[in-house]
Design a protein around this ligand. Structure first.
Ligand SMILES: [Zn+2]
Length: 290
């Protein structure tokens, strides 16, 4: 899944290698995919994108925005897209969900695994769409300061039951945050994923901010996760400390805990039972006697 570091890295590569190219042909995929999200009619892609120059590419949270001319923005990312640049003369993938052929003979393909976006928005939609209109600063941005992060906690009442996992990913959520890097961040901050966000003291919130920034920067420096690909098909070098592959291994921070997995909030969570002790689970509510 493309998360914020991958979106930033792909947008940088698109800026360097695709901006300035002119689109000769646009095919909205030659292979149906139930969870490839498009906008409008299939014919719109060719009508709207042909003869447009790629003007800019940038990351917005987990999304990758590619401006084609002044009127259209292609919205990729956030899912399992494989976005690849093919040099002139190189074979194109036999199945794809989007293919842009450029006038100079190069091409950009998007293949969706799981689900993914190949949407075409106006610049106004791109600025205001619910997917990204209300996003705050992502951890790669210098405005993602500790004060900014601490302010996200302010609306929480003392009895708020949100876990720190839910708080970071969805409610209110940090821009670009997903399950991919979450567990390394919580592990560095020594917080169990079920910990109630409202119970964190200031020091814990600051430690979490530092961990989020650190992991994001490490991911960017490492070219993204080692199961994700860049524009040229090269895998990233960021190996997650906590993921399905490391369950059962000894924690490298404490040298004692055995990395553990459980299901929580519709996904897997990973933690070290020594570094990140599980908070007591709330007792089931008792029925009031009549
Ligand atoms: Zn540990």
């Amino acid at each position: 899944m493309i998360e914020h570091p991958e979106a930033v890295l792909l947008a940088r590569q698109l800026t360097e290698h695709v901006v300035g190219r002119r689109i000769a042909e646009a095919v909205r995929g030659n292979w149906p995919h139930k969870f490839a999200f498009y906008s409008g009619e299939p014919a719109w892609y060719a009508e709207r994108l042909c003869e447009q120059e790629v003007r800019a590419a940038w990351a917005r949270g987990v999304l990758i925005m590619v401006a084609a001319g002044d009127d259209w923005v292609l919205v990729l990312g956030g899912g399992g897209e494989r976005i690849t640049l093919h040099p002139p003369g190189a074979p194109r993938p036999p199945r794809h969900q989007l293919l842009l052929e450029f006038e100079d003979g190069a091409a950009l393909s998007v293949k969706v695994a799981g689900w993914g976006s190949c949407q075409l928005w106006t610049p106004d939609q791109a600025a205001n769409h619910a997917w990204c209109g209300s996003l705050g600063w992502p951890p790669s941005d210098e405005r993602f300061t500790d004060d900014y992060f601490l302010a996200l906690f302010e609306p929480l009442a003392d009895d708020d039951v949100r876990s720190i996992k839910a708080f970071l990913i969805s409610d209110p959520g940090v821009s670009g945050m997903g399950n991919g890097y979450l567990h390394d961040m919580l592990w560095r901050a020594r917080l169990h994923p079920r910990t109630r966000a409202a119970t964190l003291d200031r020091e814990q919130r600051l430690a979490l901010h530092a961990a989020v920034v650190r992991v994001t920067h490490d991911a960017l420096a490492g070219g993204g996760r080692d199961d994700e690909y860049d524009l040229f098909g090269a895998k990233g070098r960021y190996a997650r400390r906590l993921c399905a592959r490391t369950v059962g291994a000894t924690c490298t921070a404490c040298g004692q805990g055995v990395l553990t997995k459980d299901s929580f909030l519709g996904g897997s969570v990973y933690w070290c039972p020594v570094c990140q002790p599980e908070p007591p689970r709330p007792e089931p509510r008792r029925r009031r006697k009549a």
